[in-house]
Design a protein around this ligand. Structure first.
Ligand code: PEP
Ligand code: MG
Length: 555
């Protein structure tokens, strides 16, 4: 038996088989070939396939985001039609007798080098397109499809790390657990695991080897241990622990239908965070009062192309209908940083977490944003919808969004398509800027929801995906709690409600200080609702000042 220790992300004990996720990066060998003419024909065929795929992508993108932004696919076509590029590839194949994929990879590297030495920022930015398009070309030469990963039933997915676009594409009915070498508790894969109720361990380190692929294993997500080929005694012990944990969960079910109320009578709303339609059963099962955060970008991450208006409308409408009039807060798409998707054609940035992401990207591509806003407004007549904007740093971003919403309403009016006029527009407080000027923002928004995952990383200057940072900062940091308190005070000053939708909201060691500062709503993974309700019902927050002082919120 091999025992590997990591950091627990979501509890649960499950048995399964290890499925090691090796990224679908193309491996290119350097070889000499016997028949250069045939190899060159292979290159030309692959090129024609890549070009027709790019053309298709362009046509779809024009419809969704307009000609300007779709232009990225035209640029990529121009890059692989470039005369110098083709001359270099041809020489490597026909004159030097190298294999076609090597010829493309080498030419791409040489061209990238030249691009990076140019003065023009625009040309420098084309390196990412060149890599993207050459990867596509190489996939065609090697006859490989886009990244696919077929897992067996009860798979314990192991990987060095997973990005959200990989996690959401896994067939979740087959996934028993996630284990990664790296990652951090606030990374989106960890968040998804919690939302999806899947036991998970992160930060196991390099002892988690690809050679364990196919081994029987057990994950203990409570204490963060992965047992590979467990012995009988361990299996029996874990079985016993599992039964005890399940009993505790069973007991919590008695709290269904009960209030989230402290001993002194303070009530708070408990909502659920979701990534998509498949999480709704768990929201209902766990008796959430509503949905406090629907991360709509997962609809984009799950697909190979921009989800169109109808697809989005269907998803939003279904969530609203299933929630039967309970509040549903849908966050407009938060793409960028770790949630990157190749079809967006985002330029490579030195610091993507500080770059063109989230609301900035939406306002930069208004046609794409309006597609989402139209789908949301059309769905609004099927329940109680609130729209929430991520990564706000300035009041202008809210005003510009309101103008786009007005334009969208006019488009719907022109087509006689109904929408509700009761939709609230809220914002996330995820940047220190937003917290500091939350008095100004509160006058422009209907509610504020604190995204502690990002607020923490931007306040403490600590990358939320870097496991090593977890031992430095901690989410009890006084600066974070003070910014949360400022936000609460400002929201209430202008009669607005304020919630928490980041992972810190699930940390029950801090529930009393959240309530003492006046948080009105907490949104957590569905499985956390009942344990948190139980915690709230044991608290007494009459002595607010004392509690706030204890946590450093007041001097
Ligand atoms: C947050 O930043 O706290 C948040 C809820 O958004 P996300 O985790 O999706 O960035
Ligand atoms: Mg965030």
């Amino acid at each position: 038996m091999i025992k590997l220790k990591g950091k627990p992300v979501f509890g649960g004990i499950v048995k399964g088989k290890i499925a090691y996720y090796a990224r679908g990066e193309s491996v290119v060998e350097k070889r000499k070939i016997d028949d250069p003419d045939r190899e060159f024909r292979r290159y030309e065929y692959a090129k024609s396939c890549a070009l027709s795929q790019l053309n298709e992508l362009y046509n779809i993108a024009v419809g969704d985001v307009g000609k300007n932004d779709a232009g990225i696919f035209l640029i990529q076509q121009m890059l692989i039609n470039d005369v110098d590029f083709n001359k270099a590839v041809k020489e490597l194949i026909l004159d030097e007798h190298y294999n076609a994929d090597y010829a493309v990879a080498k030419t791409a590297r040489d061209f990238s080098q030249v691009f990076s030495e140019m003065d023009s920022e625009y040309i420098k930015g084309r390196s990412a397109d060149l890599k993207d398009v050459c990867d596509r070309l190489i996939r065609h030469i090697q006859n490989k499809s886009e990244n696919t990963f077929n897992v067996c039933d009860r798979a314990i997915i192991c990987a060095d790390d997973l990005v959200p676009s990989e996690t959401v594409r896994l067939d979740r009915s087959k996934v028993a657990a996630f284990c990664t070498c790296y990652g951090s508790s606030n990374s989106h894969t960890a968040i998804l695991a919690r939302t999806m109720n899947i036991p998970a361990i992160i930060g196991i380190g390099t002892q988690l080897l690809e050679s364990y692929n196919g081994c029987d294993a057990v994950v203990d997500g409570y204490d963060g241990t992965l047992y590979i080929e467990p012995d009988e005694a361990t299996l029996a012990r874990l079985e016993k622990k599992n039964v005890e944990e399940l009993k505790k969960k069973e007991l919590l079910k008695r709290l269904k239908g009960k209030k989230n109320i402290t001993l002194d009578g303070t009530e708070v709303k408990l909502y659920a965070n979701i990534g998509g339609l498949s999480d709704i059963d768990s929201v209902i099962e766990n008796d959430a009062g509503g949905i406090g955060l629907f991360r709509s970008e997962f609809l984009y991450l799950e697909n190979d192309d921009f989800p169109d208006e109808e697809y989005q409308f269907y998803n939003y409408r279904s969530v609203l209908e299933q929630m039967k009039g309970k509040k549903v807060i849908i966050r407009t798409m938060d793409i960028g940083a770790d949630k990157n998707i190749s079809y967006f054609g985002l330029e490579k940035e030195q610091n993507p977490a500080l770059g063109l992401r989230s609301i900035r990207l939406c306002l930069d591509r208004p046609e794409m944003f309006k597609t989402q806003l139209r789908a949301l407004l059309r769905a609004s007549v099927y329940g109680s919808l609130s729209i929430m904007l991520p990564m706000i740093t300035d009041v202008e971003e809210i005003r510009r969004t309101k103008a786009l919403i007005e334009e969208t309403k006019q488009q719907l009016d022109a087509k006689n398509q109904p929408y509700s006029n009761e939709v609230e527009l809220g914002i996330m407080i995820e940047t220190p800027a937003a917290a500091i000027m939350s008095d100004i923002l509160a006058q422009e928004a209907d509610f504020l929801s604190i995204g502690t995952n990002d607020l923490e990383q931007y306040t403490l200057a600590m990358d939320r995906h870097n496991l090593r940072m977890e031992s430095y900062g901690s989410d009890n940091h006084t600066a974070l709690l003070r910014l949360m308190k400022i936000t609460c005070d400002n929201a209430h000053k202008y009669g607005k409600w304020v919630g928490i939708c980041g992972e810190f909201g699930s940390n029950m060691a801090y529930t009393e200080v959240f309530l003492a500062m006046g948080i009105d709503e907490i949104s957590v993974a569905p499985a956390i609702i009942l344990p948190l309700r139980s915690r709230i019902r044991t608290l007494d927050i009459r002595e607010k000042e004392k509690i706030l002082k204890k946590y450093g919120c007041l001097n």
